[in-house]
Ligand binder design. Structure first.
Ligand SMILES: *Cc1c(COP(=O)(O)O)cnc(C)c1O
Length: 395
């Protein structure tokens, strides 16, 4: 994704919605995770355009904070990280696609190998030079990775002998639920693997895994979501700083009588005389249509979308349109609920975890869906020492 600079659209009154990304908070979050980790070092997962925040801005900020190792999903993302951080260690979580090894060698990217076929192809492509790679062992997700028994058998056959510098890793299934019994099973399986692969670098924890009391101490933590402000300990206080703030402009305000509808499909009707504000942000901006406020949800007590106007929580009225959202601003101060005013969609205590919950999804999907139509404003540089604001293309 690219966000071409369009200086002509930066006049006052031209911004439908503004996405502010605090790179100092991103850097501070990485340092917090590094400092509190039992692991020897901390990487950053920057797949999906750095969880929607922009690879080209997030990676230099994380590097300025001290991060040297990055994980992405796909080759195109790996190339983007390489362009802005020539010295970084970059791992591809998707591993090797058939015939893809040459591409990775040329771009200096490290595959996370997830099958015997991938291991074979990588060893062949390396042509005796022993290039580094990760080995993903599946300890319960049944998604990617070599099953434990097969990993041990391959090791016994010497399949990994030709690999240089191996990172042994697995991935947690429900780390956000610290009490779930599968965490202990995955930890035990990984401890056994660590004994079977002496000398390998090791990596176990995602964001929430770093907060599990029984996670094994490894060489490299692998957080993503928490770097961007997501709560790694759901149900408990969020230890991370917010990174993302989203504000939408109010286009119109109107008063409607009891029983009036709002938006497509008459899914909402006014329970009394209400004041409605129409915002310049819709599902085409990646904000889920499923966050709409409907009579059915109100009857069933199902949570739905909210935004803040003048510091007051206001509920969505009706389903989102492609470019517009209708908000019930009856309780908001009139000087804030006005044409040209702003509604805070993410920020001021409305965290991405809650935004996701109110849309029937998770904060991860809210972040990775952040639209490319927003004006993106980047603050800071990852070190926490810079002053001023950089407006930019973002990546
Ligand atoms: C996405 C991903 C991570 C990061 O997970 P978060 O929950 O975002 O911290 C780590 N490891 C693997 C294998 C992943 O796919």
């Amino acid at each position: 994704m690219t966000f071409p600079e369009e200086p002509g659209t930066r006049a006052p009154g031209a911004d439908a919605a503004v996405l502010t990304i605090d790179l100092d908070a991103l850097g501070a979050n990485w340092r917090l995770l590094r400092d509190r980790s039992r692991d020897g070092a901390c990487a950053a997962v920057v797949k999906a355009n750095a969880y929607g925040t922009g690879i080209e801005r997030a990676v230099p900020a994380l590097a300025a904070a001290g991060c040297r190792t990055f994980f992405v999903a796909q080759v195109s993302e790996g190339r983007r990280v390489r362009r802005v951080d020539p010295a970084a260690e970059i791992y591809l979580l998707d591993g090797l696609l058939p015939g893809g090894a040459g591409e990775l060698v040329a771009a200096n990217l490290r595959p996370v190998l997830g099958s015997a076929d991938e291991v074979r192809e990588w060893v062949e492509a390396c042509g005796g030079t022993a290039l580094p790679a990760a080995l993903h062992v599946d300890t319960g997700m049944n998604r990617l990775g070599v099953p434990v028994e097969e990993a041990l058998a391959l090791r016994a056959e010497g399949a990994f002998a030709a690999l240089g510098d191996m990172l042994l890793m697995t991935h947690l299934v429900v780390a956000e639920d610290a009490g779930h019994p599968i965490n202990a099973r995955q930890a035990a399986a990984f401890r056994a693997l660590m004994r079977a692969f002496p000398g390998a670098r090791t990596s176990f924890s995602n964001s929430s895994g770093g907060f599990l009391p029984d996670a094994p101490a490894c060489d490299l933590a692998r957080p993503g979501y928490s770097l961007y402000g997501g709560n790694p300990t759901p149900g408990r206080e969020n230890p991370m700083r917010p990174v993302v703030r989203l504000e939408a402009t109010i286009l119109q305000v109107r008063d409607v009588p009891a029983g009036a509808g709002a938006g497509y499909g008459t899914h909402w009707s006014a329970p009394g005389p209400r004041r409605l504000a129409t915002l310049a942000l819709g599902y085409a901006d990646g904000y889920p249509r499923a966050a709409g406020g409907t009579d059915a949800k109100i009857r069933a007590g199902t949570p739905f979308g909210q935004a803040l106007v003048g510091g007051v929580r206001c509920a969505f009225a009706g389903v989102l349109s492609m470019d517009l959202t209708i908000l019930d601003v009856t309780e908001a101060p009139a000087d804030a609920a006005r044409r040209g005013g702003t509604a805070v969609m993410i920020g001021d205590g409305l965290e991405i975890d809650e935004v996701g919950m109110r849309a029937g999804t998770i904060g991860y999907e809210i972040l990775t869906g952040l639209g490319d139509r927003y004006r993106r404003v980047y603050v800071g540089d990852g070190t926490g020492t810079a002053t001023g604001t950089a407006t930019g293309t973002g990546g």
